[in-house]
Design a protein around this ligand. Structure first.
Ligand SMILES: [Zn+2]
Ligand SMILES: [Zn+2]
Length: 136
């Protein structure tokens, strides 16, 4: 997995679900400030509302347990959540086309992530590479 991160340009704009996964993966699913692995989220250093993009250089994994993630509502706005959910659903459908989109849309984001992460890492790496047009 670390190899794929090396071949992705840190300025390459990524689908938000891919960006979110890779930002956390690069941080070994731990908070960059306090090192916990509980409630870790991918945070845009420059918010999407201020023109920040889903590029690896604009992401940091932070926990939402205490003071590490800045207190802000940007992760909970309906627009952001719906967009993020849609991207995760699309990613799941690429990994398992037998699933039905309308069933997935009903699930909370946490369950969607659990499904996404239940796929083998090799499958996820292949999908990420496919998204970026990289042949592996
Ligand atoms: Zn933390
Ligand atoms: Zn954030």
């Amino acid at each position: 997995m670390s190899e794929i991160i090396f071949i992705i340009d840190s300025e390459e704009e990524l689908p938000i679900s891919v960006w979110s996964y890779l930002v956390k993966r690069m941080s070994s699913f731990k908070c960059a400030k306090c090192d916990t692995n509980k409630r870790v989220i991918s945070h845009h250093i420059t918010s999407v509302y201020d023109g920040g993009k889903c590029i690896l250089s604009n992401g940091v994994a932070l926990c939402s347990n205490g003071k590490c993630h800045p207190k802000s509502r940007h992760h909970s706005t309906e627009y952001y959540q719906n967009k993020k959910k849609q991207h995760i659903v699309e990613s799941i459908l690429k990994l398992d086309p037998t699933r039905i989109e309308s069933d997935l849309i009903e699930l909370p984001e946490k369950e969607l992530w659990n499904i996404f992460l239940s796929f083998s890492e090799e499958k996820i790496v292949r999908m990420l590479a496919g998204n970026l047009g990289i042949k592996i």
